[in-house]
Design a protein around this ligand. Structure first.
Ligand SMILES: Cc1cc2nc3c(=O)[nH]c(=O)nc-3n(C[C@H](O)[C@H](O)[C@H](O)COP(=O)(O)OP(=O)(O)OC[C@H]3O[C@@H](n4cnc5c(N)ncnc54)[C@H](O)[C@@H]3O)c2cc1C
Ligand code: SF4
Ligand code: SF4
Ligand code: SF4
Length: 384
């Protein structure tokens, strides 16, 4: 099978770092490339050519059966629903794990707004994992920590992208009863370098420090979520240039455009996403504060789901139909991606001006805007 080490094709590496962890002679180091993504580099002087790095590479979807069940799902607690991105499923799984005296691993910001994986055994503290952070997270040595917790016979909930979960499973090498995995229905992961430059640019413009970023603020409702920047002095502003570049697929990791996990065959116990298109599946459901598309993908997951059903407003739905409204196929590379990153590498785009370029390179051309408006007008006339 094609692999990153033989081809150096960046689409074949998701940056999980498992190869570096399993190399018997520590010959692999994860190095950041010019776009800000991590890739393994082999020290040829140390390598003993055992091939383990290729055999254990996580960038392969090994799910064989097709046994997922799909649900519309809403957390019955209105409070918990409000601070979650979609239907609040993550927090329900976190509570389940902590009630079993376990540990939760999720994605948060560190003090410098770097997006990292972190752990907590306290349910209040787990709120920091709520809310989508649209950045490739630094795994922060979490695979080793998960292994250590499991060796202490503790329950562990590990959440992240499907490729990060694949990396963890490859690293652990065997199924473990007390490991619960939940992937987010991601369609892509953007560059941490671009995110860092964006933050610095914003802070320079405003001449003050950012406290946090809510990519999915529900202040205007789930369907109209907007990215909100919160500054240390309490000011909040809507700013969407980075978010728009992310959803335009301009700043993603190359492996996301050839993702092996963007399919209905999910490798985790649970997958959580937004239930886009819910109105066409169930017109009676209250979607004001968000609804999740939850898929239960394993027997272990189904056993847990049955224990949690009472805290979730849920309904089984046709998986094919639900999937048709979401990202179950690879996203396309934005036409300006190459140009954008070339300009970062040469220094034309920097932390003084990146916002300007994020906007310029994702702006819809005038003729398209005119075309869209004309279509809307004609549609309105026909519908009258
Ligand atoms: C980069 C990214 C792309 C996404 N793309 C889609 C999509 O195309 N379609 C769709 O339906 N849903 C997508 N989602 C998922 C969606 O935004 C919600 O995260 C999901 O519905 C969970 O909602 P919740 O209410 O249960 O979660 P919340 O309570 O908001 O839970 C957040 C969960 O997301 C995890 N998380 C947050 N940021 C990251 C990150 N950077 N990397 C890995 N895990 C993270 C946390 O660890 C936690 O488990 C994406 C999420 C991310 C982070
Ligand atoms: S071939 Fe073996 S020794 Fe060489 S880098 Fe890969 S895992 Fe390490
Ligand atoms: S194991 Fe992970 S980091 Fe290593 S080559 Fe495969 S995908 Fe890349
Ligand atoms: S789209 Fe695929 S490769 Fe990209 S972060 Fe998600 S699971 Fe990983």
């Amino acid at each position: 099978m094609e692999n990153y080490f033989d081809t150096m094709n960046k689409e074949l590496c998701n940056g999980c770092g498992t190869c570096a962890l399993i190399c018997p002679v520590n010959a692999i180091t994860m190095i950041e490339d010019k776009e800000g993504f991590l890739y393994p580099e082999i020290d040829k002087n140390k390598c003993i050519k055992c091939n383990k790095c290729k055999l254990y590479c996580s960038n392969v979807n090994e799910k064989i059966e097709d046994n997922e069940k799909a649900y519309s799902a809403i957390n019955k607690s209105e409070d918990e629903l409000k601070f979650s991105s979609s239907g609040g499923m993550f927090y329900i799984l976190a509570k389940y794990t902590i009630e079993k005296r376990g540990v939760v691993c999720g994605v948060t910001y560190d003090d410098n707004l770097k997006v990292i994986h972190d752990f907590s055994d306290n349910i209040e503290e787990c709120k920091k994992f709520c809310g989508s952070k649209y950045v490739r997270s630094d795994l922060n040595n979490s695979y080793k920590k998960v292994k250590a917790y499991l060796e202490k016979d503790l329950y562990v909930l590990f959440t992240g992208t499907a490729c990060q979960i694949s990396g963890l499973k490859k690293y652990l090498g065997k199924e473990t009863k007390k490991l619960i995995t939940c992937d987010i229905l991601c369609h892509a992961n953007p560059s941490p370098k671009v995110f860092e430059m964006y933050i610095k640019n914003l802070q320079k413009i405003k001449n003050k420090r950012i406290k946090t970023i809510w990519f999915r603020s529900k202040e205007t409702g789930w369907k109209n979520q907007i990215p909100v920047i919160e500054y240390e002095d309490g000011e909040k502003e809507e700013e969407n240039s980075y978010f728009y570049a992310f959803v335009s697929e301009m700043i993603n990791r190359p492996s996301c455009y050839a993702c092996k996990f963007a399919t209905k065959r999910r490798i985790s116990d649970f997958t959580i996403g937004d239930f886009w298109g819910i109105e066409k599946v169930d017109s009676n459901i209250n979607i004001e504060n968000g609804v999740s598309l939850l898929t239960v993908n394993s027997n272990k997951g189904m056993k847990i789901f049955k224990e949690l059903k009472n805290s979730i407003t849920h309904k089984e739905v046709n998986y094919d139909l639900a999937a048709s409204f979401n990202h179950y196929q690879n996203v396309k590379v934005h036409k300006n991606r190459k140009k954008f990153f070339e300009k970062i590498v040469e220094g034309t785009i920097n932390e003084e001006n990146i916002i300007q370029y994020l906007k310029r390179y994702t702006r819809t051309p005038v003729y398209r805007r005119v075309l869209r408006k004309t279509k809307r007008i004609i549609k309105n006339i026909i519908n009258k």
